[in-house]
Design a protein around this ligand. Sequence first.
Ligand code: GYE
Length: 360
Amino acid sequence: MKKKFLCTLISVVMTTAMLAGCGGGAKPTDAPAESKTESTKETDTADQTKTETKEEDAKESGESIVVGFSQVGAESDWRTANTSSMKSTFTEENGYTLLFDDAQQKQENQIKAVRNFIQQDVDYIVIAPVTETGWDTVLKEAQDAGIPVIIVDRMVDVSDDSLYTAWVGSNFLQEGYDAADWLAQYLDKQGRGSEEINIVTLQGTIGASAQIGRTNGVEERMKDHTNWKMLERQTGEFTQARGQEVMESFLKSYDDIDVVIAENDNMAFGAIDAIKAAGKTCGPNGDIIIVSFDAVAAAFDSMIAGDMNVSVECNPLHGPRVAELIQKLEKGETVDKIAYVEEGVYPADTAEAKKPTREY
Ligand code: GYE
């Protein structure tokens, strides 16, 4: 039993109740700097005594595995789907107590959250890291405290791989290759294979694995297409609002954009709004080709509406994958250090048929 857990749970509950007035689901553009930790199990101060008893029972009987999860934020549909996958997996019924912290896209908040989890002596720490670097110190602290760390979604770039137990997520470089290969095929089919093609890229959060892999994958493939010209790349922070702003500025700077590569669907939605507001058209029957990543439900709607050309899949349903790792570790079994998720490519002409089969 984690002895410290009870007292600290109460403080988490109180903090959550105090923060409740700030309102949930804030947009990253107007997000408060502080992260928000909540216990998904109990969030009401009035229930404190009840919580205490329940926690004690659960811990005494050794049933509840305490998982601290530091989430990046709530910047995109992908992230929302990822959060709900984690929350619906790490439930009391499934034998877990989940301490969930939303870092509002700030690494400093994630580091604070991880230190909190260490103090509370949780059983496992799960981190979806905002950027790859800057994790060595806090991961060493977790290791010294004997708490296994599982990295999910984006990766960490650390000097010593033993600082985390396992990672599960997407092959972002492959996603970049897939996007470029789809574009090459599409242009060929249109008889534009050797035409000069002007491209702009809305990048994700700089230094995040999803940005690095997707940018590099496309860049590598560009060496095979010397007629492709990257006019400019700029970050849109993975949000719709920033995607729209950056696209507005691209449209002012360049009057002959052929392709927009948006490193996630939400930035693509923002870009599409900007293109329409500028009196231009996009999608399979428009002037500008929209290449996107994630393949969330709203991207299928956008493709069906004729606005987006393709979305390269990135699967956010990591809850069950992380739970499987934890269950194996509980049994003393070894786990794969690195596990990639299988993903597909969804062009607009498949959207209508595929939409009903999608889980997020
Ligand atoms: O593509 C984007 C989100 O890290 C894979 O983060 C994730 C990315 C995803 O904000 O929509």
